[in-house]
Design a protein around this ligand. Structure first.
Ligand code: PLP
Length: 378
């Protein structure tokens, strides 16, 4: 049996999404910028898709810009703001960002920006007092990972946005893991920019989105044609944008069922380990509203993560150590270090990310094997 428990890394394209995309490869392949009927037809399809996404996220369609991925969206948010607003020289982010944000911030440091990296507590929640102390007239943007890709922590966004609003500072959120896995309503969220990526919710890899609130002073990074309101050049990836839209519709429609089912699965996961007498730590907040559904990030005392993933992989069970982007590195990830996972646990940390298509039978197979491997390796 194959059990894919790495859905935070990427998800499979769902059947409905694949079907929705198909006509746009070989039949409706016109360029939306062309002025003939085949192009105009596609322009209308793209306009409708953007309006659909806008209504699902509760914003105006003119505030949405399709990108190639979440990494591009976050790079554009930070660098686009930095290049457009030269009078402010400081950026605040956190110690538990995805590398898309961390490395973009480090690049801006090389250009003279001062970047502050907020501490988090042992469940991954941002230090709000530190944010209040650091934010000021020279702060350009606060960039926060809304839901963490490794440990699933969902930040207290209303508290963070209130601090940014009071200081008149732009707030960018990396919502790549959050979309369709928690409620998102841009009409109430008080964020200025938000990054999204399709492949985390059953759209294909290679399509993302940046929400830029009307009135935000930002410049484009990719220059060329006049696509995306002249802010993000490049011929639109029509089939993928259609797939993204379909996946978003399905994900938001099925969220309530998804959340309760995956939280039940996560609780069941821990119960089985407890019953087997396994010594583990759940990294991140308790299962419930402050944690991404399906994220089970565990550290096992006295083991090596690489050994566990090797034997799990041999049994057809696919998981991550740390984040996917870190999976070749043996050092504990920056996120696990930031939440101060104890030394005797940190080296055997595994992220099991249960997804919309995981079945109870698959979960039992994975648990039977995990418990067997842990017992055999002692
Ligand atoms: N931000 C977070 C929180 C992520 O989990 C990821 C992907 O793992 C990204 C950004 C990057 O998104 P993409 O893979 O679309 O570039």
């Amino acid at each position: 049996m194959e059990v894919y428990l790495d859905n935070a890394s990427t998800t499979k394209v769902s059947k409905e999404v694949f079907e929705a995309m198909k006509p746009y490869f070989q039949e409706e392949y016109g360029n939306p910028s062309s002025l003939h009927d085949k192009g105009i037809k596609i322009r209308k399809v793209l306009n409708t898709a953007k309006k659909t996404v806008a209504s699902l996220l509760h914003c105006d369609h003119s505030e949405l810009y399709f990108t190639s991925c979440g990494t591009e969206a976050s790079n554009w948010a930070l660098k686009g703001l930095a290049f457009a607003n030269r009078t402010k020289g400081e950026i605040i982010t956190t110690k538990i960002e995805h590398h898309a944000t961390l490395h973009a911030a480090e690049f801006l440091e090389t250009m003279g920006y001062i970047v502050h990296y907020l501490d988090v507590d042992n469940q991954g929640f941002v230090d709000l007092d530190q944010l209040t102390r650091l934010i000021g007239d020279n702060t350009l943007v606060v960039s926060i990972i809304l839901a963490n890709n490794e440990i699933g922590t969902i930040q207290n966004l209303s508290a963070i946005s209130a601090i940014c609003e009071a200081a008149s500072v732009y707030l960018h959120v990396d919502a790549v893991q959050a979309i369709t896995h928690m409620p998102i309503d841009l009409s109430t969220m008080k964020v200025d920019l938000m990054s999204v990526s399709g492949h985390k919710f059953h759209a294909p890899k290679g399509v993302g989105l940046l929400y830029i609130k009307d009135g935000t002073h930002i410049v484009n990074l990719i220059h060329g044609g006049q696509q995306e309101n002249d802010l993000r050049s490049g011929t639109e990836n029509v089939p993928y944008i259609i797939g993204f839209t379909k996946a978003l519709e399905i994900g938001i429609d099925q969220y309530t069922d998804y959340e309760s089912r995956l939280n039940d699965y996560a609780r069941y996961f821990l119960k089985r380990l407890d019953e087997a007498g396994i010594d583990y730590r759940l990294n991140g907040p308790p299962i419930g509203p402050d944690r991404l559904p399906g994220n089970v990030n565990l550290s096992f005392k006295g083991y090596e993560g690489m050994d566990l993933t090797y034997y799990l992989n041999k049994a057809g069970i696919y998981v991550s150590t740390g984040s996917a982007c870190d999976s070749t590195s043996i050092d504990p990830s920056h996120v696990l270090q930031a939440i101060r996972v104890p030394e005797d646990y940190i080296h055997a940390t595994i992220r099991f990310s249960i997804g919309a298509y995981t079945t109870k039978e698959q979960l039992d197979y994975a648990l039977d094997n995990l418990i067997r491997i842990l017992q055999e390796l002692t």
